[in-house]
Design a protein around this ligand. Sequence first.
Ligand code: ACM
Length: 551
Amino acid sequence: MPPETPAQLIPAPSSIDGTRRGGFTLDARTTLSAGPGTETTERWLRSTLAPALGLALAPGDEGGGAAKNTIRLVVDETLESEGYRLQISAEEGVELRGGSGAGVFWGAQTLRQLLGPEAFRRAPLTGHKPTVIAEQTIEDRPRFSWRGLMLDVARHFTHKSDVLRYLDLLAAHKLNVFHFHLTDDQGWRIEIKRYPKLTEIGAWRSRTKWGHRFSDLWDEKPYGGYYTQDDIREIVAYATARHITVVPEIDIPGHSQAAIAAYPELGNSDVVDTAALAPWETWGVNPNVLAPTEHTVEFYEGVLEEVLELFPADTSPFIHMGGDECPKGQWRQSPTAQARIEQLGLADEDELQSWMIRHFDGWLTSRGRRLIGWDEILEGGLAPGATVSSWRGYAGGITAAEAGHDVVMCPEQQVYLDHRQDGGIDEPMPIGYVRTLEDVYRFEPVPPGLSPEAAAHVIGTQANVWTEVMQDRSRIDYQVFPRLVAFAEVAWSALPAPEARDFADFERRMVEHYRRLDALGVDYRPPGGPLPWQKRPGVQGFPREGAPPTV
Ligand code: ACM
């Protein structure tokens, strides 16, 4: 018998043809036939899905022939690259065809949802429980090719095992970009062999602001951590096995105090005593920025040479160079920076920053990579090959898209998941604007009014998670979930215009999805507000009042 209620799929697929005459029963005898190009999905089914349900999934039916009790995985290039068709038939078993290995993998994520919350269990089940899936055919493809999450591991360090867990959570939601914010004022988190002090000194701070920057509280413990190059390789391999591209971010020329603390000659030492600087202990926009010298450029080329080795071109075509929030005060005062402006024939400090970003755009392009930066890289002129992460609203993204540059829309006012989820006093991280689950569900990455040509340059969207007030994994979970689920549907599904979106239907499907998140051990914010242990009195916040600006 088919199950009584259809699975509540999230993100919503393009179409479901559910005649539901009968059901297919997955049981101890079900075999797995994996065609060429489907190896990642085969491994994932064996390592994750089969143990959760206590299934053996013996190899079988290699020729795609007559066996009925089989899951067949097939790459079918007549389908869209990341698209898939999932056919469940009582007679024929499960056939999952994808336009590529990625398409098959996303289809397997849908299959997991069809199998019920038990399929999300993390502990292996001994003995199996036959599971019935209703007969149906699901056709699906993503709206955007860039469906991302940015995690800031600089303000608070996320241990490697928690990064891997987040990659699993992204995959479960068909998100395919992990933007890895590896460097900032408060910590340098990636081992660079030729510059060991970046992590010996730059990865550790002596104490940490507790709460927002205006808070008067401190955590007086030394704090830090970093990823070894082996850790990075493991993270990249884990992501690649889940069809997730990792975009490493090495932020220049602002957000660099940790690097300057390690190598003081990188800073504007003719203006400040850079030898006295340490990794920053508090939050905000930091005045201590990189000196715009040949030495700095050569140093960062050395960093990038190792970064390019660790993040190979086929799986990490994009390298993020930051470019955000670089105060120009030190450059205005610095005779060295002023001489540089004159020598290069530039108009001002904005053009000096643009010169630096252009340099790395050319450097990366000549090595077969693409530079992406925050929308401040528009100031002083956009580098020819640059892609823009539009975070200060939509405006930078609109300008860049109209100028023919690719854009990832991630406006702070809409999809910064560090912003609080409710205006109540129980909200444990009371910073930013209130951005509810429904607000995120109604986020539209392509602003109205963009010409079709410009709109085609919006290659996708991502949600960003800054961790100043998130000290551990449970805190991050609370901020990210359930809003990332709504975001994933925005990024994947072809939803109508924001005002026409059926949030009630999304909430109805969320009832089942919360059970999946429970099985995955995600400390999400429940619909009714934080649980007693999730409340955190004493964290001093910085709420912004009223509605956020829209564009
Ligand atoms: C940013 O939020 N500074 C990109």
